[in-house]
Design a protein around this ligand. Structure first.
Ligand SMILES: [Fe+2]
Ligand SMILES: [Fe+2]
Length: 189
C-alpha cells in the first residue's frame, strides 16, 4: 500500500525539495503519534508523506491544476488559496498515487483547515503538520506535549492558536476552521 517510493521524484518536482523534506518529517511525526494513540501507523505514514503532494507554490499554477482535476473552488478557497492544496492533494493521492482509503484521503483534504469531529488519523496529520521538528513558533512546545497526551486537547490548542495568529495577521479565516474550533471548544469545556 505504501509503495510510494516510485512517486518520490514526481512529488519532489511538483513541490520542491524543501517541502518534500517537510513531508518526510510530518510522516515520521505522524507515525510517532499513531503509535502513542493506537492508530494505524501505516496509514499515518502514507497520509503524512502525501499531505502536501499538491502544494504548488505558484498560486496560478495551483488553480490551473485544480481546474484540470475538476476541483470546484469554493469562496473560502478563492480567499485563502492555501486551502486548495489540501483538497487537491486528496484528489492527486487518489488518482495518481492509488490511495483509495477514505480516512487517508480525508486526512489529506482537511490538514489545513481542520473540521469538526475529525477521525484519529485526521487529527494526527493535522497535528503532525503543526508540530513537526522544524516548526518553531510560540506555543509549539505546548502543542507537542498535548499531542502526545490528548489529541482533542491538542486540536483545541492548535486551532485556537491558529485563529489568534490569523486575526493578528489580519488574514481571512476559513469557515471550516471556525467550525472545527467550536467543535473542540465544546469538547474541551
Ligand atoms: Fe499543507
Ligand atoms: Fe505540511
Amino acid at each position: 500500500m505504501s509503495n510510494l517510493k516510485k512517486y518520490e521524484s514526481e512529488i519532489k518536482s511538483r513541490i520542491g525539495e524543501k517541502r518534500f523534506l517537510h513531508t518526510l518529517r510530518v510522516a515520521e511525526t505522524a507515525v510517532e503519534l499513531a503509535e502513542i494513540h493506537g492508530i494505524d501507523s501505516e496509514k499515518a505514514k502514507i497520509a503524512g508523506l502525501l499531505h502536501d503532494c499538491a502544494k504548488i507554490k505558484d498560486i496560478n499554477l495551483l488553480k490551473l491544476e485544480a481546474k484540470k482535476y475538476d476541483l470546484l473552488l469554493t469562496q473560502d478557497m478563492m480567499r485563502a488559496p492555501q486551502i486548495i492544496h489540501s483538497h487537491l492533494g486528496a484528489i492527486l493521492a487518489n488518482r495518481l498515487y492509488g490511495i483509495d482509503d477514505e480516512d487517508i484521503l480525508n486526512a489529506i483534504a482537511y490538514h489545513t483547515t481542520g473540521r469538526p469531529n475529525m477521525s484519529g488519523l485526521e487529527k494526527i496529520i493535522f497535528l503532525a503538520d503543526y508540530i513537526e521538528p522544524k516548526r518553531n513558533f510560540p506555543g509549539v512546545e505546548r502543542a507537542r506535549e498535548l499531542a502526545r497526551v490528548n489529541l482533542d486537547k491538542a486540536m483545541y490548542f492548535a486551532l485556537n492558536n491558529t485563529l489568534k495568529f490569523l486575526v493578528e495577521e489580519d488574514n481571512f479565516i476559513a469557515t471550516e476552521t471556525v467550525h472545527a474550533r467550536n467543535f473542540y471548544w465544546e469538547m474541551n469545556n
